[in-house]
Write a protein that binds this ligand. Structure first.
Ligand code: ZN
Length: 538
């Protein structure tokens, strides 16, 4: 094998640098190479296009992969790696392995259906068809390479490299990864935070990790945001008030929810509210096959779940109905009031929630209750921003429903918790890399870390495809050679976002005109502007 070996340890940031997705670090060391996370890019089209292009490394060179947790932005390109010929181990925890058993095939299925839709459009435009990144059976095959390891126990992942998982408190199975790499100069000790959970969280202990490390890689999703601290009881009470208000309004209550963790937290809380007769005997539909499978995984790990008030039947209640079949999901259309429907996706960009939104959004009695992060540009964000109309499955739908939000069901540490977690790791002997956050969040967290005693010279904000030498002495060198995207395209909205918002404005402007004659005139004026535009010089 023709491996490029180095005397030093190097880290190349192949994702989650200026975004919160595509988490992937490639470590090159004297004995070989490995990846920490292998995540899918989500967000703008420019960023998502990275999923379709070849990996920026030789797949044969990678000795092993270690995954921090099951979310697809950390694990979702593992099937692509196996499809490209990777045959090494994928180390992770038991919980993550069990979740991936359902999440990766589900991700493969989503790619297949998305590509089918794109190809229908491409055919109409005379464009070539594209291949899915991977399909469901590629994902199922990739599962064979997962090798689970327990928390807290150091194990040798490859000659000269040992790993240890620490509880990250983010979702079931989530871990921070401690990495020790042998070099001529000594052992380089690194810690990858993965995604860190908040302190007050159902199911998981507070995050924990070691001290005495050389290099720290810390996430910064909420580096610029602080939440009000609420106890689990106070949070459940807010949920109760929202559900009661929604039911009182006379329609259904739709809750778009991430299938893993968020759905189980909701089922758990709603179950307690029903048991305590804090809610009327309402029927709760869980309409997401992936969420149903994930709930079974949670039940299988019930003994590890922390701070729950009862054992057994944690997520079961006579009022809960788990909807597997698509026909049963469609039948929910006939219910116009008094039901709570939990469905994925959490940001309303895909999945069964879109059908329920189509049937309920135009009803003033209906409620849509958001309980999770809504990325800029997602349908969920548009609804929260007060859109009057939205497009779902090619149809224009008026938004008359009550749009509500609860901010406290988060799987992520907020700014203060990130600062505290980082401070507990100090002193970090060499450098701290701030990753997995938008640039504003990263810069804000850096400023706060400096204010909290971190040495500014040791804090780094790496860019996509940038390489840092993780040396044990001297200057920390870095280089950026031919990045796959300009940093502006990584962090900002791209022209596709501009185009989408232009179309919405155009539609609103035309609608606001007094007559069809005025609309015709407005379009003619626009046409004149377009005609005056010079084609770019070739
Ligand atoms: Zn995550």
């Amino acid at each position: 094998m023709n491996k490029v070996l180095t005397k030093n340890v190097e880290c190349k940031f192949l994702g989650a640098s200026g975004t919160v997705t595509g988490s992937c670090y490639m470590i090159t060391h004297p004995g070989g190479k490995f990846l920490v996370d292998c995540g899918l890019f989500q967000g703008s089209k420019s960023v998502r296009a990275l999923n379709y292009s070849a990996f920026p490394f030789q797949v044969d060179d990678i000795d092993f992969v270690v995954l921090t947790h099951a979310h697809v932005d950390h694990s979702g390109l593992v099937p692509k790696l196996v499809k490209a010929g990777y045959r090494g181990p994928v180390y992770t925890t038991d919980g993550t392995r069990d979740l991936l058993t359902y999440m990766l095939p589900d991700s493969g299925y989503i790619h297949e259906t998305e590509v089918r839709r794109i190809n229908r459009r491409n055919m109409r435009r005379g464009l070539d068809p594209i291949e899915p990144i991977y399909n469901k059976s590629d994902a199922e095959y990739a599962l064979d390479f997962i090798e689970p390891r327990p928390y807290s126990k150091t194990f040798e992942a490859a000659p000269g490299v040992s790993l240890r998982f620490w509880n990250a408190g983010h979702i079931l199975g989530s871990a921070s990864v401690e990495v020790h790499v042998e070099t001529e100069d000594g052992t380089v000790k690194a810690l990858f935070s993965g995604d860190i959970g908040p302190d007050e969280k159902a199911f998981h202990n507070d995050p924990d990790s070691p001290t005495d490390i050389d290099y720290l890689f810390v996430e910064s999703t909420y580096g610029d945001r602080d939440r009000t601290d609420l106890t689990l009881e106070a949070r459940r009470d807010i949920l109760k008030q929202e559900l009661l208000a929604g039911l009182k309004a006379g329609g259904n209550v739709l809750i778009p929810a991430f299938a893993v963790e968020r759905t189980q937290e909701l089922l758990y809380d709603i179950g307690l509210l029903l048991d305590d007769k804090d809610l009327p005997p309402v029927t709760v539909y869980l309409d997401s096959p992936l969420a149903i499978r994930a709930t079974e995984v949670f039940e299988g790990h019930a003994d590890e779940l922390f701070d729950v008030e009862r054992r057994g039947g944690l997520f079961r209640n006579p009022r809960f109905q788990f909807v597997n079949r698509a026909t049963d999901s469609q039948a929910l259309d006939r219910i116009t009031s008094g039901a709570i429907i939990i469905a994925a996706s959490g940001m309303c960009d895909a999945g069964r929630i879109r059908y329920h939104l189509k049937s309920n959004l135009w009803r003033p009695q209906a409620t849509v209750l958001f309980v999770g992060y809504q990325a800029t540009g997602s349908l969920g964000a548009m609804l929260l921003n007060g859109a009057d109309t939205v497009h779902i499955h090619g149809r224009e739908i008026a938004v008359k429903a009550r749009i509500r939000r609860i901010d406290n069901y988060s799987a992520h540490a907020d700014q203060q918790e990130l600062i505290n977690w980082t401070k507990e790791r100090l002193p970090v002997n060499r450098g701290i890399f701030i990753t997995h956050g938008e640039d504003m969040a990263r810069a804000t967290l850096r400023d706060h870390l400096v204010a909290n005693g971190c040495d500014a010279k040791r804090l780094f904000i790496p860019r996509l495809d940038e390489t840092y030498v993780l040396s044990l002495k001297g200057k920390i060198n870095h280089s950026l050679i031919k990045p796959r995207l300009k940093q502006d395209d990584v962090t900002g909205e791209d022209w596709h976002n501009d185009y989408a918002s232009f179309l919405v404005n155009l539609s609103d402007t035309l609608r606001a005109q007094d007559s069809d004659h005025e609309r015709h005139r407005a379009l003619q004026k626009l046409r004149q502007v377009l005609d005056r535009m010079e084609p770019p010089a070739s």
